[in-house]
Write a protein that binds this ligand. Structure first.
Ligand SMILES: Cc1ncc(COP(=O)(O)O)c(C=O)c1O
Length: 410
């Protein structure tokens, strides 16, 4: 058995996650479904509980003590998200319901400025949440969608991308880290090329922020979205980052309370950023919990997490690749610790179920990326996705369980 790199505080990190302390039947839980959602550290659980226990009140409009405390905590989380992404201004951080919420917001509000014939470039490896809102926008406006193809090893075909860019390109919306192939896309290069043509770029960073430092100013992206629940925070909450001038020029998405300065029966004066895009009572506890999650990852250090996960990726990939009949999908040189595979003669759902009976949690299916499955001519894969708290011993348990599946079906 290989151990973790020296100096990485794996035992302390594991102790912070209460869900890891449980057994599934006779087996200790081996949680390898992190690309779907991450487990939560005790500090996040405590922060959410404390909010409901001690300061459960609505924000912004209250003059009383509890409302002020909740508002402070909520706006404090905005400062944390700003620091986490290195955004230039706190008003550039919009709280959403998640990656899907952020993508729909941009598709509506930025999309309101698009007209028939304008082009949006997406890629073939997008999550459905970065495809469907743009198809809906296309159907409303007549704009044109173009798709960057995927190479056999699961990279974006950048030559094809460069050839797609042109005077009609208004937006490029791409995933940073693919949730089904694990590919880490060269988003800085993609952004530079788009900007050279005057196009804006939206980055889907749902799978990137839990495993690598993301700096929106260094990337120079125009928009970036992520979900709280994949970065050790609560479900139902996320962040949209947008450059101030762009967000300021966009019309609101949802109308309602908090996004207004004044309302008459005839008309409304909209609020300034960020409130203009935060209509209604938000997921207050979720946002505050997300702030605690961002504190937690910053405390560990995303550089260290990235190095740890790279070790896990290389080790688990080698173990799985050594099993006869295993085929890996997504073998790009730049990869995160998301490993999609099939086993000859066995449906991925059967793999998932048998692994579960041995305490190993993986996901089986199309991972909300049906066009990726179509590209590779398969209906589904089994996907093991590693996180900061996983170990090499767990990679070995995964490989042992896959060998057991193979024997059962032999
Ligand atoms: C790359 C990517 N984009 C978008 C999403 C959608 O995230 P959510 O369901 O949290 O909105 C996911 C979730 O799996 C994802 O992996």
């Amino acid at each position: 058995m290989r151990t973790e790199a020296t100096g990485y505080p794996i035992e302390r990190i594991r102790a912070d996650f209460p869900a890891l302390q449980q057994r599934i039947g006779a087996y200790p839980l081996v949680y390898l479904d992190n690309a779907a959602t991450s487990l939560k550290p005790q500090s996040v659980v405590d922060t959410v509980c404390r909010h409901y226990r001690e300061e459960s009140a609505n924000i912004h409009r209250g003059v009383h003590h509890l409302s002020q405390k909740a508002t402070e905590a909520f706006e404090g989380a905005r400062d944390k998200a700003q620091a986490f992404l290195n955004a230039a201004r706190r008003e550039e951080i919009i709280f959403t319901s998640g990656t899907t919420g952020g993508l729909n917001l941009v598709a509506h509000a930025f999309g309101a400025g698009l007209k028939a014939g304008d082009e949006i470039i997406l890629s073939t490896m997008e999550h459905h949440s970065n495809l469907v809102p743009w198809q809906m926008l296309r159907d409303r406006t007549g704009c044109v969608l173009r798709f960057i193809p995927i190479t056999d090893d699961g990279q974006l075909d950048l030559a094809a991308y460069d050839a797609m860019l042109g005077p009609r390109t208004r937006l490029v919306s791409v995933v940073y880290v693919s949730n089904s192939l694990g590919t880490v896309n060269p988003v800085a290069r993609i952004i530079r090329a788009a900007h050279a043509h005057g196009a804006r770029v939206l980055v889907d960073a749902a799978q990137a922020v839990p495993c690598r430092p993301v700096d929106v100013q260094a990337l120079d992206c125009d928009f970036l979205v992520f979900s709280g629940h994949k970065v050790f925070g609560p479900t139902g909450v996320g962040v949209l980052y947008g450059k101030y001038d762009l967000l300021d020029a966009m019309p609101p998405f949802l109308g309602g309370g908090d996004m207004i300065l004044s309302v008459t029966l005839e008309r409304t004066v909209f609020n300034a950023l960020p409130n203009k895009f935060e209509a209604g009572t938000p997921h207050i506890a979720g946002v505050i919990g997300l702030g605690a999650a961002l504190d937690y990852v910053r405390g560990i250090g995303l550089d260290r997490v990235a190095a740890h996960e790279e070790g896990l990726r290389a080790y688990a990939t080698a173990l799985l690749a050594a099993i006869p009949g295993v085929r890996l999908y997504g073998t790009a040189p730049e990869k995160s610790a998301i490993i999609s595979f099939v086993l000859e003669g066995v449906h991925p759902h059967d793999i998932g179920q048998i692994l579960d009976s041995r305490g190993v949690a993986v996901r089986a299916g199309h991972h909300c990326t049906q066009p990726v499955m179509q590209r590779f001519g398969i209906p589904a894969t089994a996907r093991a996705s590693f996180s900061m708290y996983n170990t090499r011993a767990e990679a070995e348990q995964l490989a042992e369980a896959v060998r057991a599946v193979k024997e059962m079906f032999a």
